[in-house]
Design a protein around this ligand. Structure first.
Ligand SMILES: *Cc1c(COP(=O)(O)O)cnc(C)c1O
Length: 245
């Protein structure tokens, strides 16, 4: 490829990310307004798994500061490549015991905690010079056999145990409901997650975060009180998993 052609292509990709981001921000404002909420209550988390560091850098320069990753090795490489930027890193993927140290050392938030053993390791391994790791419990809200996440009726005990771990700060609940094209159906599991959070708070917990809503259903999640939406495809385009799946 000629250098000029390469440059033009790179520029085109950048423009797409910036304009996608703007469209997502506009849609968040519209959904919030419709729900009688302020868009400032909702954090946009850019889910950048499978995309190269350059794509994240472009999103950062278009005003995006919070990024989420799902694979530890891939994330560590991007965190190193983007060290010059003050990015807030969130981990949203499956957590194996042998990866907890890397997660505890390199991320600000983890949304996918669903077992006490993992939470205890993250707490022990969180470096003391860093603020506590911000935690969301992943809840299997629609009780799908294939899904990770703690069962709703076990979430309270796990949340109370996590709230006592010194290296962690329990912030809220996260869910990935089964996809649906129907907005009414999309809202149901989000409403259930919000109710669960409210019930647990009435029992003495203090969770301010509902991490729910992805590219296809974030409007429904915002209508039901999402405070963090996790959006990948609508910002970066379709993912190519290569050998990851
Ligand atoms: C990949 C992923 C997302 C983003 O999904 P999109 O449909 O691309 O917006 C959000 N949350 C989790 C847990 C993910 O794994």
């Amino acid at each position: 490829m000629e250098p000029l052609e390469k440059e033009c292509q790179a520029h085109e990709i950048m423009t797409t990310i910036a304009s996608n981001l703007q469209a997502v921000r506009n849609a968040i404002v519209a959904s919030a307004t419709k729900a009688g909420r302020h868009a400032s209550e909702i954090t946009l988390l850019a889910v950048s798994k499978t995309f190269a560091a350059d794509a994240l850098r472009e999103a950062y320069h278009a005003g995006q500061a919070c990024f989420a990753e799902s694979y530890v090795q891939e994330a560590l490489a991007k965190i190193a490549a983007l060290q010059d930027l003050p990015i807030e890193w969130h981990y949203i993927g499956p957590i194996q015991s042998n990866k907890t140290r890397a997660i505890a050392e390199s991320f600000s938030w983890v949304h996918s905690v669903d077992r006490l053993k993992i939470a205890e390791r993250l707490s022990e391994q969180r470096p003391t010079h860093l603020p506590p790791l911000q935690i969301c419990l992943q809840v299997n809200i629609s009780m799908e056999a294939s899904k990770s996440g703690v069962a709703p009726d076990e979430a309270g005990a796990l949340a109370r145990a996590i709230a006592n771990l010194p290296g962690l700060k329990l912030r809220g609940l996260m869910a990935v409901p089964a996809p649906s094209d129907d907005v009414t159906a999309q809202r149901l599991p989000f409403a259930q997650l919000r109710k669960l959070r409210d019930q647990l708070n009435q029992q003495g917990l203090r969770m301010d975060t509902l991490s729910m809503g992805m590219s296809h259903d974030f409007a429904a999640a915002i209508a039901e009180g999402a405070t963090i939406v996790r959006i990948g495809t609508a910002i970066f385009g379709n993912r190519n998993y290569g050998d990851k799946q």
